[in-house]
Design a protein around this ligand. Sequence first.
Ligand SMILES: C[S@@+](CC[C@H](N)C(=O)[O-])C[C@H]1O[C@@H](n2cnc3c(N)ncnc32)[C@H](O)[C@@H]1O
Length: 264
Amino acid sequence: MEEDKAFFSELYTEDSIAAFEKLNGVGYIGSQGKAFTEEVAPLLGLKEGDRVLDIGSGIGGMAFHLAKFYGADVLGVDISAAVVKVGSERAASTDVGKGNVKFEICDATQADFPSCTFDVIVMRSALMHLPYDKKYKVVENSFRWLKPGGRLILNDIHTIKEIPDAALQDHMKKRHWYLLSFEKNLQYLERAGYRCVTIKDKSKEYVESLTDELIQFEAKQEELLKDIPKGIFEVTLSHWKWKQEWATKQAFGEFYILAEKRGA
Ligand SMILES: C[S@@+](CC[C@H](N)C(=O)[O-])C[C@H]1O[C@@H](n2cnc3c(N)ncnc32)[C@H](O)[C@@H]1O
């Protein structure tokens, strides 16, 4: 827990958030952020005033979208104080954010909410940072926090081929990546009580998006270095190259699952 907090507070600083945002688009610190939000938001069945919990919200690209276009009331929770600061400042300075989007620093594994609080729960590229027992705890709790008939969207990175490469494993360990196969992700959702409604493999789009982000990032290097320190630019670029290389070799890919808590 303390180790996770320390890792993410080192990873996310004002400068690195700026670098990730340049790679991923305004509001996002993960690949395919905007495209993912636009694809899944219409599937969530949101109504004006519905309550949404975004676990591992980052700086809130999805939270702001759901508030702006669906009138949702969104709480983003994230272990990183720096991303919560950026998200909160943006919420305070926009009309849509002021009333409807809030962020809190919170380790999802320690979170607690009353039963049946939320209509929708979002987990995007966050559970990948938790070992199995912690992933399961968060998913099991999320089932309790959802209202009957409520929906969960889980978007994450999954292993495709077992590739015994020491450098690959080492980098994953350093970045706190704890990946499971797609089937195991599905199994723990069902074990927690969820009924899976829509399942999508986004691995092809993941590689395309990483490739495109890399090309843009490198092409704009000169301009970006006016705002981002060189060291941060290089570390971010090298991590993205690593992701693109191994995603292309199918060590891992991306999926999403839309699931629901039965009953209404
Ligand atoms: C790859 S980023 C994705 C952020 C955001 N969902 C997006 O799409 O832009 C993963 C996020 O999960 C957060 N995170 C990691 N472990 C967490 C935990 N135990 N509790 C809450 N947030 C966590 C990180 O701080 C980071 O903001």
